[in-house]
Each structure stands twice: as structure tokens, then as C-alpha cells.
Design a protein around this ligand. Structure first.
Ligand code: NDP
Length: 311
């Protein structure tokens, strides 16, 4: 039986995704029609980017599942018209690998104090040599697909890594904590903090003034998670006092970051334009085709969103 699969994302994404999706759907042995437009009453699966024009899912009476191209699903979970299962994007080869490289690179930049040598107009020869990794405690908030991979990669470089998540976990080489008390313990004395939590009501302002004060003096913040995870005013205060030496921020409460936002001009803030990692068509198409194949075979979809938890 032919499956009807609708691709719903910004128009330019169809050009990037059509060929990889056809290749992987063929390789998965599926008989399908794939299009970016089709009659609503025929649609069975939707490959979906939350910034597409589609928001009313009641018009699809045969819809079986939605496969998100994005890992962050805060734009989907509150959509009451979407009642079928939703799978998040989890793609180790593309999205996760990209995040590991970005986080590791920025952590090493701060750990090694690279900035002092990259821009050294006075040709200063008296720079402090860097510590080695084992002397620099790192905390990763969020131990999901992305956070766990980043934590393990940093631990493999020798950093003592503490991870924090909602549910208790065990992972070789990491100290894993959970719950409110676990958060305070995870942050106390940390010198680098990486945020890879989803944006939910519970995670808003995870790094507030009181928690920033728990970090080691002169700590570094790396946020590729979501803007609302940090209280921006508290961060600016902590940067002003030297409690935080530098913040590398990829995500913001408003994106693009407004031109007059103080983060742009701050000497101790690095702004990157939400590029820490992104979904790569070749590898993501494989993940999506494999998940549709599972559904057709009567197996549960992988990476399902928990609507009540919000991620
Ligand atoms: P996952 O859902 O796999 O992992 C989320 C992690 O956060 C889990 O460990 C989860 O705990 C933990 N968590 C959730 N809520 C809480 C809470 N209230 N308290 C403590 N821990 C909590 O997500 P991913 O790793 O795939 O992605 C993480 C985020 O990264 C995305 O939501 C998105 O916002 C962001 N992202 C950013 C990109 C960028 O380019 N900047 C690209 C892609 C994603 P538990 O394990 O117990 O469920």
C-alpha cells in the first residue's frame, strides 16, 4: 500500500531534502508518495519543521505520525490540534556530531585561554599557562541525545564532568545528578557550564542569580540549548562582577538577537547565530525513513516527544 508523506517546512528546505529523503525511503523498501503539497485527506505522515506555515493538524483525518526535523519541540508541544505521536530529531551522525564539535571547541577555547593569544596587540609574553583538563570541573545541564554525547566527549579529553538531568542516570566516566539538590551540587564550583536542556516551563531561568553564584569565580558559560534557560539580567550582572568570565551564547529569548541587545557589544560575551548544530539532510533522511519503516512494521516510533514533560 502506498504511503502518503507530506513534507512541511520552509520552501527552500524541500530542495535540500527531496533527494536524500527519496534515497532513504527507497532504501527502507517503502512504497510512498512524497510531496510538499497533497490533498489533506490523504496525508499519513508529515515530515515537519516547526517554523513551517502548518499549524492546524485537524485537517488530516488519516495522519499517523509527525516526524520533526528539529530536536527542540517547544513550538509543537502546546499545539492542541496535534494529537498523533510526534518524533523529535535525534541524529547521532549529523546533529549530535555537530553539537559535540561546537561544544568541545568552545570549551577548549575557554579552557586554554586562546583569546589572549589570538588577539595580543601588545605582544605580551607574560601570559598565564593553561591548566590541564583534569583540573577544570565541567558541568553539563541536560544528559539527553546531545548533552550526553558532549559530556562524554569532554570527559574523554580529561575534564572531570558532572551531568544533570530530570531522571537519575548512570554513565561511565561521568558524575550524574538529578533533582533540585542535584542541580546545586552540579553547579557548585563548576568552571565551565554547558546548557543542553530543552525549553520547558520547568527549565526557564535554570541559571539565575543564585545559581550563577554557586559557580567557581571566573567560570565560563556555554549555551547552545535555548535562550530562556538563562536569566539574561543575572548573567549580565555576573559578567560585570567577574563571577562569570565569559559567556558563549548560541540561542536567545528573541532570535535573531536584536541589534541593540547588550550581549552584542559585551567584551566578554560571544554571540553565535543559532548555528551550534543543525539537521543535516543526508543523515536526517535516514533517521526519518527508518522511523517510518518502524511504524509500518508495527514497531514503536523512536524518539517520541512526551507532551506532558514538554520535550
Ligand atoms: P533530549 O530530550 O534528548 O534531552 C534533554 C535533556 O534535558 C534530558 O537529559 C532531560 O532529562 C533533561 N531535562 C529536561 N527537563 C529537565 C528538567 N526540568 N530538569 C532537569 N533536566 C531536564 O534533547 P536533546 O539532547 O536532543 O536536545 C537538547 C536541546 O538542545 C533541545 O531541546 C534544543 O533546545 C537544543 N538544540 C539546540 C541546537 C542549536 O543549534 N543551538 C540544535 C539542536 C538542539 P531526562 O534525561 O531525565 O529526560
Amino acid at each position: 500500500m502506498t504511503l502518503n508523506i507530506l513534507f512541511s517546512a520552509k520552501a527552500e528546505r524541500w530542495t535540500d531534502y527531496e533527494a536524500p529523503l527519496r534515497k532513504e525511503l527507497d532504501a527502507a523498501g517503502l512504497d510512498y508518495t512524497l510531496a510538499c503539497e497533497m490533498p489533506a485527506d490523504q496525508v499519513e505522515y508529515i515530515i515537519y519543521a516547526p517554523n513551517s506555515d502548518l499549524s492546524d493538524f485537524t485537517i488530516f483525518p488519516k495522519l499517523k505520525a509527525v516526524l520533526s526535523l528539529w530536536a527542540g519541540v517547544e513550538g509543537i508541544v502546546s499545539n492542541d490540534t496535534l494529537t498523533v505521536p510526534v518524533a523529535r530529531m535525534v541524529d547521532q551522525e549529523g546533529l549530535t556530531q555537530g553539537m559535540v564539535e561546537w561544544v568541545t571547541g568552545h570549551a577548549l577555547r575557554h579552557h586554554l585561554g586562546m583569546d589572549a593569544h589570538i588577539v595580543n596587540p601588545d605582544r605580551d609574553w607574560n601570559c598565564t599557562p593553561p591548566k590541564i583538563a583534569q583540573d577544570r570541573p565541567v558541568t553539563v545541564l541536560g544528559l539527553g541525545a546531545l548533552g550526553m554525547a558532549c559530556a562524554q566527549s569532554l570527559a574523554a579529553l580529561g575534564f572531570p564532568v558532572t551531568g544533570w538531568s530530570r531522571s537519575a542516570k548512570e554513565a561511565g566516566g561521568l558524575t550524574c545528578l538529578s533533582g533540585k539538590a542535584g542541580l546545586e551540587q552540579a553547579l557548585s564550583g563548576a568552571e565551565i557550564v554547558v546548557l543542553l536542556l530543552p525549553n520547558t516551563p520547568e527549565t526557564e531561568n535554570t541559571l539565575n542569580a543564585a545559581r550563577l553564584a554557586l559557580l567557581a569565580k571566573g567560570a565560563f558559560i556555554i549555551n547552545p540549548g535555548r535562550g530562556p534557560l538563562i536569566d539574561d539580567d543575572a548573567l549580565l550582572d555576573a559578567l560585570g562582577s567577574g563571577q562569570i568570565a565569559h559567556a558563549t551564547l548560541d540561542v536567545f529569548r528573541v532570535e535573531p538577537l536584536p541589534q541593540d541587545h547588550p550581549f552584542w557589544a559585551h567584551p566578554n560575551v560571544t554571540v553565535t547565530p543559532h548555528i551550534a548544530s543543525f539537521t543535516r539532510p543526508d543523515t536526517a533522511a535516514r533517521v526519518i525513513a527508518a522511523n517510518i519503516r518502524r511504524d509500518v512494521d508495527g514497531e514503536p516510533l523512536l524518539h517520541l516527544v512526551d507532551r506532558r514533560a514538554g520535550y
